[in-house]
Design a binder for this molecule. Structure first.
Ligand code: ZN
Length: 490
């Protein structure tokens, strides 16, 4: 049935002659995405929680269903990353152990790595270790001797199937710790030991730090920066999954997050890329003061913020893939995690991409009517600069004015649009800022409340917008192919 529908849609579109031939997305499909993402079972898609993971899995399945290409040399669409922060009371974590290694040493990022982390409760620890030989136990210890003793005890009790990570957070401990490091591997070869250390507590300049790392290069070291921990904004994400281990103060909480990314590779893979993005995470119902007096167990659905943008990016990606779209430039389709905690997902992506980007198109809250006036279907967006950005924003604006039936598109300068938004979104993670655009329908009274529910979304508008965007991109590709053919004289 679906094939027939698609075939009919294509024929219909060709007959209309209005837009390039591709299978247009239906209102129902977008509705299904928003209703699922905003459902109670997903509990607000809070970054770092298992419900957040369910949302990520859903997006990945959507990418998979049309065979979109994974984003880098990974085998799936996930880009895992972690954030850590100081935690007033003690903690222990059980960590996934795919790839833990030495991290970059530079001012911007002292703490990054690629492991997939998960948290367990104390009563789940034994079973987790039994079922998964790939987890790593984090041990907080005052001294190296104490840490080794704890590892030995644990090792004996658990048949030593798992690697261990020693957490050595404070300054005093670092000194004796360093002295003992060299002998660690020989003495305890039986255990796979990772060290979580904090070089700023040890060394204040890069050279000292490099020396330090060289000294312990036979070990797996995860370097963390205390200043960074101190500056990070506290959030409730994942907190309840972290449990006490010792009575020490000044422990570190590590939370795992996950971007979901697909791409359509360009004919010129080296050319600066285009990024289409939206964040899929939302906020905890304890996040806003508006909840005072309300039941905290009641989740925030986040239908407009930002199931709407998520649904749009998913469907634009799928439409382009199904239409066999391939442009000169690579396009990345990114659904970012942890935007609500401080744009962490997009910052991680932007910092680690290793591919120049000359246009970022972000969609954040595009499902409501501006000022919630029933008949106003405006979507506003920022003018991007740079050659690609100018061509896109002007071109898309004109395309909609010529072809859209009821969708009204308005272009503003980014500064003005940001004033209207009143908060930054993922486009702010990319440099240069001038090459970014954000699509938005306006702030409303339901923003970050229990009332941002799926039935309030204007699906007709959302559908027309998604189809316009896909149609526009496909039309540009067709145009550039024609130009190429003309140049080549064929
Ligand atoms: Zn948002």
């Amino acid at each position: 049935m679906k094939t027939i529908h698609i075939a009919l849609a294509i024929v219909f579109v060709i007959l209309l002659g209005k837009q390039p031939a591709f299978a247009q997305v239906t209102e129902q499909t977008l509705k299904d995405h928003v209703y699922y993402l905003a459902s109670e079972g997903l509990n607000g898609r809070i970054a770092g929680t298992k419900e957040g993971r369910l949302a990520a899995d859903y997006i990945a399945e959507q990418f998979q269903s049309t065979g979109l290409t994974v984003f880098s040399d990974t085998t799936n669409y996930y880009q895992n990353f972690i954030r850590s922060r100081k935690f007033g009371s003690p903690s222990t974590l059980v960590l996934g152990n795919d790839t833990i290694g030495v991290t970059h040493i530079n001012k911007a990022s002292h703490f990054t790595e690629k492991a997939s982390f998960s948290f367990v409760r104390p009563e789940q620890l034994d079973e987790t270790l039994k079922n998964d030989s790939n987890v790593c136990v984090l041990i907080d210890a005052v001294s190296l001797d104490e840490g080794i003793q704890k590892i030995k005890t644990h090792h004996a009790a658990n048949q030593g199937v798992n690697p261990y990570m020693l957490l050595m957070p404070d300054k005093k401990r670092q000194k004796s710790f360093r002295i003992n490091l060299k002998s660690l591997k020989k003495a305890d070869d039986a255990y796979e030991v990772y060290i979580l250390t904090n070089y700023l507590h040890y060394a204040h300049d890069k050279k000292a730090c490099d020396d330090y790392l060289q000294e312990i290069e036979h070990l797996n070291v995860l370097v963390a920066n205390s200043k960074l921990f101190g500056n990070l904004r506290l959030s409730n994400a994942g907190m309840d999954e972290v449990y006490d281990f010792t009575e020490k103060q000044d422990s570190i909480v590590v939370t795992n997050y996950r971007n979901v990314i697909a791409k359509i590779e360009g004919k010129q893979a080296d050319k600066a890329a285009i990024v289409f993005c939206a964040h899929y995470d939302h906020v905890d119902s304890t996040y806003s003061r508006k909840t005072k007096g309300e039941k905290l167990s009641n989740y925030y659905p986040g239908a407009d913020d930002n199931a709407s943008g998520t649904a749009a990016v998913i469907e634009i990606a799928k439409s382009l893939k199904e239409a066999g779209y391939q442009a000169e430039q690579t396009i990345y389709f990114c659904l970012f995690d942890a935007e609500e905690l401080g744009l962490y997902g997009s910052r991680h992506f932007a910092r680690t991409l290793g591919h120049d980007v000359d246009l970022v198109i972000n969609m954040d809250m595009i499902g409501r009517n501006k000022k919630d006036r029933k008949r106003c279907d405006n979507i506003i967006f920022a003018k991007a600069k740079g050659d690609t950005g100018k061509a896109f924003t002007k071109g898309f604006d004109k395309y909609c004015k010529d072809k859209a039936e009821s969708l009204k598109i308005r272009r503003y300068d980014m500064d003005f649009l940001l004033l209207l938004m009143g908060y930054p979104s993922d486009q702010a993670s990319f440099r240069p800022q001038s090459n970014t655009s954000v699509f938005y329908t306006g702030l409303h009274k339901d923003y970050h409340t229990h009332n941002d529910t799926p039935e309030k979304i204007n699906y007709k508008k959302l559908t027309e917008y998604v189809n316009m965007m896909s149609a526009y991109l496909i039309s540009q590709q067709t145009k550039s192919n024609e130009q190429l053919t003309a140049v080549n004289g064929k």
